[in-house]
Design a protein around this ligand. Sequence first.
Ligand code: NG1
Ligand code: MG
Length: 391
Amino acid sequence: MATLLPHVNSVKEKALQTFAEKFGEQAAVCVYAPGRVNLIGEHTDYNDGFVLPMALPMITVIVGKSHNGKKTRILSLSDVVGDINEFEFEAESRADIKPGEPKWANYIKGCIANFICDVSAFNAVIVSTVPAGAGLSSSAALEVATYTFLETLSGKKPEKPELKALACQKAEHDFAGVPCGIMDQFISTMSKEGCALLLDCRDLITKQIPMLHLDNYVFLITNSNTPHKLSSSAYCERRDCCYEAAKILGKKSLRDANMNDILALISQNASESIVKRARHVVTEIQRTLDAAVALEKSDFQQFGRLMNESHDSLRDDYEVSSKELDSLVSAAREVDGVLGSRLTGAGFGGCTVTLLRKDAVDKTIQYMKAKYSGTPTFYIATPSGGAREIS
Ligand code: NG1
Ligand code: MG
């Protein structure tokens, strides 16, 4: 059986009750932001390419209230925070806020520091159902929830939602030290229920792709429960390889490269790893565009084929899969009714996403469990809406 996700209301109730117990009054503001699963377009965001994620029913809720004191106090019930689940700080202005310990608080501090104005001190409680370290963007959910909380608290919003996503990305770069692309913060901010989002990471133009006629099909997320280590050098090393390939080709980014450029890299004696990394990015950008067309036409067979090709390229050319992810993907593909399966997120661990017929879900889960050496968790991914205030 797939894990049942708690409804927004029950997550909200838990946060409100904890706030009342902790701070002795009722919270005045309640918001949430979703995690996401990337359907296709992996390691393309920082190459100015296309991505095609959708928001999940897994969410991060923040409830709170401003006060006249100086201290901002935050309690997190998320199970990843470690021993220190509370922190407080004082700052004269947002420019004085600096990253520090505990680490999880840096995402929040980074958003306050990058908000459009100073906000008064507040108390808040955070509850999240997005698993961390799984490639489902728990960090972006926390950032975008924080930013949405600040908007509601202050009654001020940036002129365009794009600026909100960019401010959250800056928080992740400067305060969490993760040089991530723009995909995660965008989808958590902009997603619409029932749609995937095609995002052009070069000019930040978005297109909502309604998932019509999905009726008989569903996306299944499988958490390998082998956490990925993102800030580990592997992500940055891949990124640098891509920048190096673009530099050799005299292009601004690999977005501007094609298969002839891959041949040019070979003839210029670029290293094998540079050629392979670049080939993944060039082919993955095209696959993402093709997948968006397939989804618009409700051609799920074609969408599934592209997912398979994406995984194989991530495994062989980008070399970011793991034996756990490969075994989950191979097992899924063996089941009748599965259209495609791939790793999702940065790789090295985390989750896979599988497109399959609804009536094949139970037997697929059973088969994957039997074939996998570890203990996987399964979630049904329904395309959900973006960050918002909950009344
Ligand atoms: P995950 O592994 O889902 O956190 C990371 C990056 C994305 C993108 C993907 C690879 C962070 C926070 N996110 O996603 O921007 O580059 O890898 O497609 O680093
Ligand atoms: Mg993350």
